[in-house]
Design a protein around this ligand. Sequence first.
Ligand code: 3B9
Length: 338
Amino acid sequence: ASQTGPTTTAIAQRASELRQLLQQASYAYYVLDQPVMEDAVYDRLYRELQDLEQQHPSLITPDSPTQRVGEQPATGFESVQHRIPLYSLENAFDAEELRSWDQRWRKLAPDVPADAGYVCELKIDGAAIALSYENGLLVRGATRGDGTRGEEITANLRTIKSIPLRLQTDQPPEWLEVRGEAFLSLTRFKQLNTEREKHGEALFANPRNAAAGTLRQLDPRIVAERQLDFFAYSIQGPNDWANLDQAASLDCLQSLGFRVEPHRQTCPTLAEVEQYFSDWDARRRDLPYLTDGVVVKLQSRRLQDELGFTQKFPRWAIALKYPADEAPTQLQHVTVQV
Ligand SMILES: CC(C)(CNC(=O)c1ccc(Oc2ccccc2)cc1)c1ccc2c(N)nc(N)nc2n1
């Protein structure tokens, strides 16, 4: 039969073009923080894609921007085993404990090159999560849980605009594990608490609790409206994807389309690490999100692999913590049952 309107291939092409335009605009806005498209234009193109997908459901792809916010609340969360454990970090509370960590790993490493350096990353005060990609597509997301098993919250994580639904590479690995911190910006945290106060609801005690609580919402639409954000900090994949030095692994995460906290710094010696820590103790209050320390990691992948992990921690990393802030705004010890 003759097609009255555009041919189905033309429609499929338009849908693919719209997906690409919308993904690029969303990446620029949420990951690069450099908008390239007017909101009104974005909304018009988004509605055009939605209409095309409604008329031709076979055109819907899992990485379509229209597939971020599911309409179905979950009835509960499945417990899932992480492909790779999510390790926690040993804590150091002052320069002396940092130095003792440094002595300990140096004793364990057989031949430490003289130029063995460190990478410092700001430690974001949010909720750790695990993302699993297969052939470039986001197939699963989970909470940290106990490090070995977590709760499957894929539908909720899909609503976070800075989490790519598809990796930005035309040669995606068979599997890829990405870990990072889901968090609420301070502005968003205050807006949410102002809203909750207006409706007589219990306030969130702090941005970390707010993020963790949001991730466990059964309804993805509620998660979407909270506007969580995400910084990636670790990548594991098949062999050639897995032997990057620390700084290179963060650059790789950025190239794949993830947001990575921009103030990371390579520090040749521990003196520079301590300098970075004290610089940021002053500057961190100007950041749009809460931090609770600096994560110090060995730059060298070979050293990381040589040193490995204890039951709980990597031997090649440590969290250098800031002192807990003075009395928080709300009574911290009074927990309100919601
Ligand atoms: C160091 C690691 C525990 C991530 N984990 C890894 O980088 C990592 C590296 C090789 C691995 O290799 C393995 C592969 C297979 C099996 C076992 C280990 C596993 C995890 C960690 C934990 C918390 C962090 C945090 N709050 N903020 C920042 N900025 N960084 C953080 N980094």
